[in-house]
Design a protein around this ligand. Structure first.
Ligand SMILES: Cc1cc2nc3c(=O)[nH]c(=O)nc-3n(C[C@H](O)[C@H](O)[C@H](O)COP(=O)(O)O)c2cc1C
Length: 147
């Protein structure tokens, strides 16, 4: 059994999650306690800065029970080359020792080198799938077959 924990600010992660859910993966979305700024410019400035200092957001309550799942998939947008700050919280909350862990990252155009660096250091051997703008990506379904 597999479970996806993910965050999405502008819907790309939601698209990924709905397709993965159709393939039988359990899905848990996390949400920020305090909403992010509505303006795109401000959300990129604030989110990019916060990701740069590895901030952990306060999240709305969510189900952290991963007993019974043998694989945990983490879904995050790339922010400033890194994980989004809500996912920093998830990675801190969940005890992933002994679990198979894999990552689905969605980005504008980049490859998220800092996120990849962190995965290779802290979750070495994990499978990483990077998808550019899933909402507009015609290869989305075939890319998700590898998750
Ligand atoms: C705060 C912030 C920082 C971002 N930084 C990057 C980046 O460094 N590289 C990149 O390719 N895309 C970056 N993006 C674009 C998002 O990763 C991309 O649009 C992603 O698909 C958004 O997922 P979502 O719609 O599920 O929130 C950034 C977006 C935001 C809001």
């Amino acid at each position: 059994m597999r479970v996806l924990y993910y965050f999405s600010m502008t819907g790309n992660g939601d698209k990924v999650a709905s397709l993965l859910e159709k393939s039988g993966i359990a899905v848990r979305k996390v949400e920020n306690l305090k909403p992010f700024p509505k303006s795109k410019f401000l959300s990129i400035m604030a989110g990019g800065f916060a990701a740069g200092i590895k901030k952990k957001e306060k999240l709305k309550d969510y189900d952290k029970n991963i007993e019974g799942f043998d694989e945990v998939i983490i879904g995050s947008p790339i922010w400033n080359s890194r994980f989004s700050t809500p996912i920093n919280t998830v990675l801190n909350d969940l005890d992933l020792r002994g679990k198979k862990v894999s990552f689905v990252l969605y980005s504008g155009s980049g490859e998220g080198p800092k996120a990849i660096e962190r995965i290779n250091k802290e979750y070495s051997g994990s499978k990483i799938t990077i998808i550019k703008e899933p909402k507009n990506n015609e290869q989305l379904e075939s890319l998700l077959e590898n998750v």
